[in-house]
Each structure stands twice: as C-alpha cells, then as structure tokens.
Design a protein around this ligand. Structure first.
Ligand code: NDP
Length: 455
C-alpha cells in the first residue's frame, strides 16, 4: 500500500509503454498511461505498421510485371494513392480501438493529454496532478531535420504516410531504414525517386555486401542514389515545386523533399531535467540494465533511451520492466543477436555481426551465395538474392547471417533463434533444407569464400 494515486504512471502509449502498462496492470498494479496523441505510438500509428501496409501495396507493381512470364495477360493497371492511404487509415483506426479495448480489459487508466513531470512522483496532465510510486517514460523519438534554409518545406515519414497525392518526383535525403523503405514505396507506385546521401554508402552499419547488393537492386528499379551529396538550401518555386540546391552547385526541382535523417529522443518539455533525470548528449534518457534512470523511481524504455531503436526491443524492455518490478521476477534484456529487417524491395534481413564487426575480434570464414530466385527464371526479372554467413574460424560458431532478397525478414527470424542458441556452422550443415526454397541455401553453403578461409 502506498500513498500515491497509482503504482505506475507510464508517459507514452507506444510499443514499450503499452506492453509495460498492460503487464504491470495484469500483475495487479494500479496503472495509468498518459498519451497526448494516438494510443499505439510511432510503430502502430506513424511507423512500422502503416509503412508495411504501403510496402504491401507497392509490391503489386512487380507482381503484375512478373505475372506475364507465367502466362498471365495483364492489361493496363493503375494505382489510386488516395485509396491506399484511406485503406491504411481505416486499419490504423481499427488498431487504435483494439489498443483502447486492451487497456480497458486489463484495467489501465488512459489519461489523454501531454504528461509533464512536476516532481519525481507527480505527472501533470491537462491541469490535473497525478502521483505514482514509479514513473515509466516511453515517449519515443521524433524525426530530426538538419537546420538548412528551407527546412520548413520538407516532409518526414510522418507526413509521407498521409500525403493527399503521390508526388511525381521526390527527393529523399538519408540512406537509412526509413529513406530506403519509402524510396521503394514511391518508386514502385510510379514516382521518380532521387536519394541523396551525404556519405559514399547507404545503410551505414550493415554488412558491406548487404549495402552493395541493395544499391545494385535499387538501381535496377530506377531509384537514383546520389552519394556524397549534401543539400545546401531548399526554396519554393512559384508553381509550388521545390528547388533543391546541392553542394556541387546543382539544382534539382521536385514535388516533394522528404528527410529521413534519423530520429531524436522526445525528451524536451516533459519535466525530465526538472525532476533531475540525466540525459545524454543526444537527449536520450540514460538508464541502467533495469531500465532505471539516475532517479530511483523513474524508468525509461524504447527509443527515448536510444539503445536499439526497434519496436520489438521496446516491447521487450517494457516486458522485463514489468516482470522485474510488478511480478517479482527480476530480468534484463539480452541485446545480442537482435535480428532486424529493412523493408526495401527486395528486403534485407540480418542478425548478428557484420563481417566488419566480426573481423575486429575474430578470425572468420565467410560463406556467400548470390543467385537468381527460381521465380525469376520465368518472370525474367533481373534480381539477385545475396546470402552471407559469418563463422568464427576457431569455434565454428555462426556470428552473423545476412540476406538481401524477398522474404529475407521471414527467413532471418528463424536463424535468429539458431544464433541465440549459439549454433555452429556444422549444425547449419547438419540441418536438412526445404526444397525448393531460397532459405535452404543457408544450410547448403559448403565452401568458404577462398580469401576468407585464412582471415
Ligand atoms: P537511420 O539512422 O537508419 O539513417 C539516417 C540516415 O540519415 C543515414 O543515412 C545518415 O547518414 C543520414 N543523415 C543523418 N544526419 C544527416 C544530415 N545531417 N544530413 C544528411 N544526412 C544525414 O535513421 P532513419 O531515420 O532511417 O530511422 C530511424 C530509426 O528508426 C532507425 O535507427 C531504426 O532503428 C528505426 N527504423 C527501423 C525500421 C525497421 O526495423 N525496418 C524501419 C524504420 C525505422 P550517415 O550514414 O552518413 O550517418
């Protein structure tokens, strides 16, 4: 028994906050969750879910083209962007209701409005004060746009998901997850797409063979990647188009400019500094392995902590927080071998170390395969799958698996279990494949890349 209104107040009803709140309430805690926007947060309302629905929509472009090789006659096809956005919105509304219902069923009180800490145990929402024994911050992040002249004209992924019309020509700045996923969506649906990256390569931090393969495949789709290209300024033309000046003096005139240059933690203006919570240079809440900040009763999960910014990580951080503090079952999250995907076309799936990371501490053997998917022998599409396994030469342990190709996220998820179990290459080899699939290649690669055998 405490003298607080609640055992837990969670600020932010995104993936991490929702999981923590629901679990804590299911274990008997009195829980309130504060949300100023829509329950579901970035992933469900402005990120993974709506993006993936648009990616599904975009895939039909290649399906129609590929069908011809299988005997189909495909007449004139056209796409209605507005219809796709409306269908996506309908699904998001449904999901929002599901979230509201889940809160109700488990007894989480929803406090609608902006939550601001006034002291370590008190949250102000809409002019009222609520107190709690523990406070959990799960307010996520927000797109970062560099401070360039004309930044007011650009959109981010938030607005891209709700555009009234599909742009005929879009510049996307950035070469990470969001930039490339949206490049694929817009290109497949008919836009001319230029991707401007400030460095020499897309997907920094991914295995270099993944970067090269994705670059080649995006090029085949007509997505133009401009390396070493920095935007200096953006201006609005009289006809509403945007004039983009890049640092080589070139001007590009397009309908939309989208920035996907990373995201910053949403920690401004919610009373964190006032409550004494320590933030790092990027503004993220610094937490320990228990998700606890320097203030004993204030915790944080998800992108606001800027650890591994992925939805399933936030969900698991919320879970271990609730298990530890509301179910008397202390646990922490293991951040090794977290698989992730980039929903480009074709997709990327990856788990474990890249070759570059592995080489820092290990002698490695590299197994790699590039091939045409069986489907494309008839479709005629010039698309290659790339698969790569990185193996510790001394222990035979598989350190990383990477794939570029359709269904790679579905395939890599299973391999993530194998890596979590510490699988060796010999165990991969002893696994019988499923034929005919692309996935079987992961258990039939027998010969190491010659140069790598002695690395
Ligand atoms: P990323 O960090 O993946 O990529 C940011 C990109 O922007 C990089 O190419 C970076 O270049 C570039 N960049 C950064 N600052 C500037 C600048 N000032 N000028 C020009 N370019 C710049 O961020 P995203 O926005 O794509 O995604 C944010 C997060 O969301 C990711 O970290 C990811 O965890 C998550 N996410 C995950 C998805 C998934 O799992 N499928 C999908 C979407 C998002 P450089 O490489 O040179 O630094």
């Amino acid at each position: 028994m405490t003298n607080f209104d609640y055992d837990l107040i969670t600020i932010g009803a995104g993936s991490g906050g929702v999981r923590a709140s629901r679990l804590a309430a299911s274990y008997g805690g009195k829980v309130a969750t504060v949300e100023e926007s829509r329950v579901g947060g970035t992933c469900v309302m402005r990120g993974c879910v709506p993006k993936k629905l648009l990616v599904y929509g975009a895939h039909y472009a290649s399906h129609f083209e590929d069908a011809v090789g299988f005997g189909w006659t495909v007449g004139d096809v056209s796409h209605d962007w507005g219809a796709l956005v409306a269908a996506k919105d309908k699904e998001l509304n449904r999901l929002e209701q599901v979230y509201h219902r889940m809160f109700k069923d488990v007894g989480v009180f929803l406090l609608e409005g902006r939550g601001v800490l006034s002291d370590p145990h008190t949250v102000e929402v809409g002019g009222k004060s609520y107190t709690a024994d523990k406070i959990l911050i799960g307010v996520g992040g927000w797109p970062f746009i560099p401070n360039i002249p004309g930044r007011e004209y650009v959109i981010t992924s938030n607005e891209a998901l709700d555009l009234k019309e599909r742009p005929d020509h879009i510049i996307i700045v950035g070469g990470g997850y969001i930039a490339l996923e949206f490049a694929g969506i817009f290109r497949a649906l008919g836009s001319k797409v230029d991707v401007l990256i400030r460095s020499g390569s897309i997907l920094r931090g991914f295995d270099h063979d993944v970067c090269c393969t994705v670059t080649q495949e995006l090029d085949k789709k007509g997505i133009v990647i401009h390396p070493d290209c920095v935007v200096r300024s953006i201006d609005k033309c009289d006809d509403g188009q945007l004039s983009v000046m890049v640092d080589n003096g070139k001007e590009m005139v397009v309908d939309q400019v989208m920035y996907a240059t990373g995201r910053n933690p949403n920690t401004k203006g919610i009373g964190l500094e006032e409550a004494g919570v320590v933030l790092n240079k990027k503004g993220a809440i610094v937490v320990d392995k228990w998700n606890r900040s320097n203030v004993e009763n204030i915790f944080a999960v998800g992108d606001v902590t800027d650890r591994v910014n992925l939805t399933p990580v936030a969900i698991n951080e919320g879970r271990v927080f609730a298990e530890s503090f509301f179910n008397n079952s202390p646990m922490t999250l293991d951040y090794t071998n977290i698989a992730s995907a980039v929903f480009t076309q074709p997709t990327v799936g990856t788990v474990g170390m890249t070759e570059e990371q592995a080489l820092k501490d290990h002698a490695v053997k590299i197994y790699m395969s590039r091939f045409k998917a069986m489907k494309h022998t008839l479709s005629g599409r010039d698309e290659r799958i790339m698969m790569k396994i990185i193996v510790d030469k001394d222990t035979d342990k598989v350190l990383g698996c990477h794939m570029v190709g359709d269904d790679s996220p579905e395939i890599i998820q299973g391999l993530a279990v194998a890596l979590k179990c510490g699988a060796t290459k010999a165990q991969f080899d002893a696994t019988v494949g499923i034929h005919p699939t692309a996935a079987e290649e992961f258990v039939t690669m027998r010969d190491a890349v010659p140069d790598s055998a002695d690395v």
